[in-house]
Structures are given as structure tokens and as C-alpha cells.
Design a protein around this ligand. Structure first.
Ligand code: HEM
Length: 471
């Protein structure tokens, strides 16, 4: 009674036949037009509530954050990632004291390792230097930037986790980047849906097993890494995230808290995963658009040249002098829609939303896509247009509907790191190069491949060193 309305489910299948399992975004939008911003669908026998639009999402994730911040523990992603690790990490942990403790520790440690401060900026700039050198070797040829940005984003978070820079051909690096790229597509894809809908198929050797195998091997590698690290660590003198976590474990002993070595490995995997595929795909979307909107690229370059005149390198503070670049980066994030359905939430108690009753334990899909292109919230919701973030005086403004990092208690823990990376990498590369859509590349395809993260289809890129360099 009073449960959100939705299409009538079939026995056993629920509403699966009404969704394109390769990419349900358009179907979810169609259902919102028919049933309103809060509606229900059945994934197999399981009820799921989809929340659309700024108003409903704010009410759920901010006003009623305590009710809507749980995570279901019975989805494929939990079984694949948590069971083998024997610990929930932070992304998939339910809304409880353990999650709160880990999240607080994660935020504090990221901050202490220089997030938003100089050390982190220096790390990002060093990695950008590395990309620059690789790009210089590709001048005049077509290059495929896909792996490049994944490796760079991975290395930046690896600095925090292990204080190490990996060569892009390193096996450790290639393995982990591969895990993230593949599992992101399996988890929210056809096979993930089938696993989540039909408990009876879960033990069968179907393609979703691949995600289980990958997470298991990844966990094993991280346990080895932590063991290796213990040999060289000096307690009380942390070099990176692992050392800091081990210091915390020493301090706590067996105090019954959520800290453990398994939890450390799960946390490392979470930060590495969340910090790689998201930032890399946002950058890939950015360059796809910048190459095909050369006038926008050029206007960014003019602003960058003016502000950085005489300076060796950019710093994150420079963003305040670059309203146009800021608008472009935010617009890239808006159209990239990198985590289109957020990470699924779950109600942690019986609750109400926009007049509907939703019982405890209901899976919640926060449809971020619906807000990032919501009519009435943007000047041009359907176009790539930096004016979405500029007022009449050309100043940068951030509308409330800009929520690629989600909102509320579960909001992205790496937001500051991600924003710093996007700014420093884009500014540094645009200052040095022109990015050109190759003549033989045909029409650009802006439709991404759906998954937990959206991935632009592979595309070629041409780089040209800018003739007028100012430093
Ligand atoms: C452009 C880049 C990024 C985007 C668009 C993004 C987006 C998101 C979104 C939508 C969520 C889900 C929030 C929710 O459940 O409501 C999330 C969670 C999370 N992100 Fe990010 N993220 C990005 C980069 C990063 C980076 C660089 C890190 C690592 C330092 C990171 C770490 C996390 C973690 C740990 C969570 C889980 C938070 C929790 O459940 O309490 N993310 N992110």
C-alpha cells in the first residue's frame, strides 16, 4: 500500500523485459515520464525504487539521509567483492558504525597525504608530465588515449595508497586497470542483472563468474602487497595509506572496531577502483568533446595562457581566475555522466518519500542522469554548452543540479581529488597541445557504453604541439 507506482511486473521476471539490459537509461527516463519521479520496478521478484529529478533526490539523499544511505548486501557486486575479501570496504558497506569509522579514516588520511594541498598537486603534475612526454612521442600520428588516462588516474591514486609510480607497462598496473574496466561493465550489465534477479542461477558457470574471479585474484595481490609493505614499514612513520592504516590497527588492537587487514585490502581496492575508472572516463569524454568543439578548446587555451603567463605550471587555486575553463570542466562532467545511476542505495528503515511508503531494505536507484539533464535546471540540458555554468557576466556558477558525485552522506569520498585531477590535467595538456579530431575518424560518436561507469567508445586523437608556448 502506498508503494511507488510502476509498470506491472510479470511473475518471476518482474519488469526485466521492459528494460534494455545493455543500457536501461532511456527506459528509466520513459518510466519517469509515465509514473513520476519516484516509481518502482521489479528486478526479478525484487522491488526497486528509482528516484529521479533534483527535488526527489534531495529529499531522499539529504533531508532523509539517515533513511536512504544504506547499501543492499545481496547484489552481485557485494558477493563478488565482499565475500572473498571478508570485509565490506567503504563503497559497498552498509550504513552503520563500521562504514562511518572507515569513511572518516579514509577522508582524514587522504587529507593528510596532501589532498588539495601541494603534495597531491605535485603528484598530479608529475603524472601529467609523464602523459605529456608520451603525447609528444605521438605528435603527427593518430593515438588512442584510452589506456593513457586510465593509467594516469590509477597512478595518481597509487601514490596515495603505496607511494609508488608504476610504469604503464607494469603487470600490476595492467592487471588492476583491467579489473576495473571489466568489472564495471559486468556489475550493472546484463549478467549482473540476471544474477541479481534470479538467485537460482547464482552458482552456475555464467559470465558473471568472471567478476568473482577477478576480485578474488585482486584481493590476493593486495594481501601480498600489504605483507611486503610490512617488511619495510617503521611504525609511527607512515609513508602512505597502507602504513597509516597499519598504525591505526596497532593503536586499536582488538578493540572490536571495523579495522582489520582484510578491511584494509578492501579499502585499497575501493579507492583504486573508484579513483581510476571515473576520472579516466571523464577525461576521455572531455577530449572527445574538446576535439569536436575547437572554438571551445581555443577559448580555454586563451584563458589558460592569460592566467598562467610567466608561470611554470598551474595550481588548483588558479581555477578562481579561470571561469570559462571551470565552466567547461563542469560541463564535461555533466555530459560525461560518469556514474549514471550512482552506486545503488538501500533504505535502512521503513520510510516515506514524496508521499509514498518505502519499506526497510528496498533497493534505491538514485538516477543521477535524470538530474544532470533535467529540463528546467539547465540553460541547454541536451547540448554540450559551457553556458550552463556561466551567468550573464561570464562568471562561473554551479547550479544545484550539478551532482555527478551524488549528494548526502554517501557522496563521493574522492571529490576533491577528482576535481583537482581534472583541472590540473586538462589545463596542463591544453596549454601544451592542440587536440584535433583526425580527418579520417568519421563522425564522432558521443553515445557512451553503459556500465557502473560510462565509457566513451574508443576514438582516435591527434595532438599538435602549440606553436606559441609561454613558459
Ligand atoms: C570524476 C570522478 C568521480 C566521480 C564522477 C565519482 C562519483 C561517485 C559517485 C556517484 C559515488 C556514489 C555516491 C553515492 O552512493 O551516493 C561515489 C562514491 C565514492 N567515490 Fe567517487 N567519483 C569520482 C572519483 C573518485 C576518486 C578519485 C575517488 C578516490 C579517492 C573516489 C572514491 C569514492 C568512494 C570511496 C566512494 C564511496 C563513498 C561511500 O560509499 O561512502 N571517487 N563516487
Amino acid at each position: 500500500k502506498d508503494f511507488p507506482p510502476g509498470p506491472r511486473p510479470l511473475p518471476i521476471l518482474g519488469n526485466l523485459l521492459q528494460l534494455n539490459l545493455e543500457n536501461p537509461i532511456a527506459d528509466l527516463e520513459r518510466l519517469a515520464k509515465r509514473y513520476g519521479n519516484v516509481y518502482s520496478i521489479f528486478i526479478g521478484q525484487r522491488p526497486v525504487v528509482v528516484i529521479n529529478g533534483l527535488q526527489a533526490l534531495k529529499e531522499a539523499l539529504v533531508t532523509k539521509a539517515a533513511d536512504f544511505s544504506g547499501r543492499s548486501q545481496d547484489l552481485m557486486v557485494n558477493h563478488a567483492a565482499i565475500v572473498k575479501a571478508n570485509a565490506a570496504g567503504v563503497i559497498l558497506a552498509d550504513y552503520n558504525a563500521g562504514w562511518r569509522e572507515q569513511r572518516r579514516f579514509g577522508l582524514m588520511t587522504l587529507r593528510n597525504f596532501g589532498l588539495g594541498k601541494q603534495t597531491m598537486e605535485q603528484n598530479i603534475l608529475r603524472e601529467t608530465q609523464y602523459i605529456t612526454q608520451l603525447m609528444e612521442q605521438s605528435v603527427g600520428k593518430n593515438m588512442n588515449p584510452q589506456q593513457l588516462f586510465h593509467n594516469a588516474a590509477s597512478n595518481i591514486i597509487c601514490q596515495v595508497l603505496f607511494a609508488r609510480h608504476f610504469d604503464y607497462e607494469d603487470e600490476f598496473m595492467k592487471f588492476f586497470v583491467g579489473v576495473f574496466q571489466q568489472t564495471s561493465k559486468i556489475i550493472n550489465g546484463r549478467w549482473g542483472m540476471i544474477y541479481d534477479s534470479f538467485p537460482i542461477v547464482r552458482n552456475l558457470p555464467l559470465p558473471f563468474r568472471k567478476a568473482f574471479n577477478l576480485f578474488e585474484v585482486a584481493h590476493g595481490k593486495l594481501l601480498e602487497m600489504v605483507a611486503e609493505n610490512k617488511k619495510t614499514r617503521i611504525p609511527g612513520k607512515p609513508r602512505h595509506f597502507i602504513d597509516t592504516y597499519l598504525d591505526e590497527l596497532d593503536k586499536r588492537g582488538n578493540d572490536g572496531s571495523s579495522f582489520s587487514e582484510d578491511q584494509l585490502c578492501a579499502f585499497i581496492l575501493d579507492l583504486h577502483f573508484a579513483g581510476t575508472d571515473t576520472t579516466a572516463n571523464t577525461l576521455l569524454t572531455g577530449f572527445l568533446y574538446l576535439m569536436n568543439y575547437p572554438q571551445i578548446q581555443e577559448r580555454c587555451q586563451q584563458e589558460i595562457d592569460n592566467v598562467l603567463d610567466g608561470k611554470n605550471e598551474a595550481c588548483f587555486e588558479d581555477r578562481h581566475q579561470m571561469p570559462y575553463v571551470q565552466a567547461v570542466i563542469h560541463e564535461i562532467q555533466r555530459v560525461a555522466n560518469t556514474v549514471p545511476l550512482s552506486v545503488f542505495h538501500c533504505t535502512s528503515r521503513d520510510t516515506e518519500l514524496m508521499g509514498y511508503s518505502i519499506p526497510k531494505g528496498t533497493i534505491i536507484i538514485p538516477n543521477l542522469t535524470s538530474v544532470l539533464n533535467e529540463e528546467g535546471q539547465w540553460k541547454s540540458p541536451l547540448d554540450f554548452n559551457p553556458e550552463n555554468f556561466l551567468n550573464d557576466q561570464g562568471q562561473f556558477v554551479k547550479p544545484e543540479a550539478f551532482m555527478p558525485f551524488s549528494i548526502g552522506h554517501r557522496m563521493c569520498l574522492g571529490e576533491v581529488l577528482a576535481r583537482t585531477e581534472l583541472f590540473l590535467i586538462l589545463v596542463t595538456l591544453l596549454r601544451r597541445f592542440n587536440f584535433i579530431w583526425p580527418e579520417d575518424a568519421g563522425e564522432p560518436n558521443y553515445t557512451p557504453v553503459f556500465g557502473t561507469t560510462m565509457t566513451p567508445k574508443p576514438y582516435p586523437m591527434k595532438v599538435q604541439v602549440r606553436s606559441q608556448r609561454l613558459s
